[in-house]
Design a protein around this ligand. Structure first.
Ligand code: PGA
Length: 249
């Protein structure tokens, strides 16, 4: 997909259309000066047209926070791949922990979303990560495997170029509790082993969970970390500028 470090802003249910458009315009300028870093933005779906308008023709990519596998149909509240493609959106996030754990999306459903999007040619950021109790019981690797294996078992190898994995320990998202560099290194090594097994070693693997300018240098310095999925710190130009500077090294 890219050899650069990815800095993916997940704006969640924040920033309306005009604020999203403004920040997207600012990020477009910021991205102009970057050599080693690509900026991607995932606004609310109602803000996506305004954001895409701002970043058109620039290196900044924009996409959705979730996506359905069917092209059309009676699926109230959902967004389809053709709808996103008509807007020229580049990707969708799937399996974000807030979808899995606040809205009850099962692993099976998440895998269906990712496979559907990949088969229709959309980029996918497939999120995985263990809950605190799972980590404490020593089940982190088993959870990660369970979240990745069904995807790779079914995805076509020629779609791997459209796939990004985001490792986000659930207990570190929006909590201010960042995983230690050692915990991130171990999880990324395990994920890398699975990707290798399926011939998907080139898929970028991001870290996410309370990434801030204060902790990012140690994280992006890790060999197997190809960027970050950022929530809170991505909501301001200042936050993104600092993260981009760190990513540039
Ligand atoms: P956070 O969110 O940076 O606010 O922890 C990350 C994410 O949910 O992707």
């Amino acid at each position: 997909m890219t050899n650069k470090n990815l800095l993916v802003a997940n704006w969640k249910m924040n920033l309306g259309p005009s604020k999203s458009a403004q920040l997207a315009r600012d990020l477009r300028e910021l991205a102009n000066g970057l050599k080693k870093t690509e900026i991607w933005v995932a606004p609310s779906p109602v803000c996506l047209p305004a954001v895409l308008e701002q970043v058109k023709g620039s290196g900044v990519r924009s996409g959705a926070q979730n996506v359905h596998w069917a092209a059309t149909g009676a699926f109230t509240g959902e967004v389809s791949v053709p709808m996103l493609q008509e807007l020229s959106a580049d990707f969708a996030i799937t399996g974000h922990s807030e979808r899995r754990h606040q809205f009850g999306e099962t692993n099976e459903l998440v895998v269906k979303r990712s496979l559907g999007a990949l088969s229709q040619g959309l980029g996918v950021i497939h999120c995985i990560g263990e809950k605190l109790d799972e980590r404490e019981r020593g089940e982190t690797n088993a959870v990660l495997a369970r979240q990745l294996e069904p995807l790779f078992a079914e995805a076509r190898a020629d779609s791997f170029g459209n796939l990004v994995i985001a490792y986000e320990p659930v207990w570190a998202i929006g909590t201010g509790k960042v995983a230690s560099v050692e915990e991130i290194r171990e999880a990324h090594a395990f994920i890398s082993g699975i990707l290798g097994k399926y011939g998907a070693a080139a898929c970028p693997v991001l870290y996410g969970g309370s990434v801030t300018p204060e902790n990012y240098a140690g994280i992006i310095a890790l060999d197997l970390v190809n960027g970050a999925l950022v929530g809170g710190a991505s909501l301001t130009l200042e936050g993104m500028r600092k993260l981009a500077e760190i990513s540039e090294g």
